[in-house]
Ligand binder design. Structure first.
Ligand SMILES: [Zn+2]
Length: 133
């Protein structure tokens, strides 16, 4: 939740994609501001909903085994969770881009996403003329 609150300040539609599911925030509907956990395919229902109060509801008609444990790990240490995804897949979980930069590979996500989501990113070292920013 806090991750999304920070991101909402910078991004209109923050969305995070992991290997098995994605998270996105709703604006209207029955539960305004709630975060939905859904399959990666479009329009294929949802696995779970996290309301602004933090209440987690698992969709019993569309269960994803182990999801609750995953979400708890994500909530307790989002930086590490994002990092693990980056390290195992080679992609940034926030923007899906392939991680190429040395520091991004180390962090597990890219610099822009780190800024958007308020995550730590390694300080730039002068590596001798490798682009700017
Ligand atoms: Zn990214």
């Amino acid at each position: 939740m806090r991750l999304f609150d920070r991101a909402s300040a910078k991004l209109k539609y923050p969305k995070i994609r992991f290997s098995q599911y994605q998270l996105y925030r709703t604006s209207g509907g029955k539960y305004p501001g709630a975060i939905y956990v859904s399959p990666l395919e479009r329009n294929s229902g949802w696995y779970a909903r996290i309301e602004v109060t933090g209440l987690l509801t698992l969709n019993k008609y569309n269960p994803l085994p182990g999801l609750e444990a995953q979400l708890r790990r994500l909530a307790s240490d989002p930086t590490r969770y994002a990092q693990e995804h980056g390290h195992t897949t080679g992609n940034c979980c926030f923007c899906k881009k392939t991680l190429t930069d040395q520091r991004s590979l180390f962090a597990g996500y890219g610099p822009d996403c780190a800024a958007h989501y308020g995550l730590p990113y390694p300080i730039r070292k002068k590596l001798g003329g490798r682009g700017k920013k």
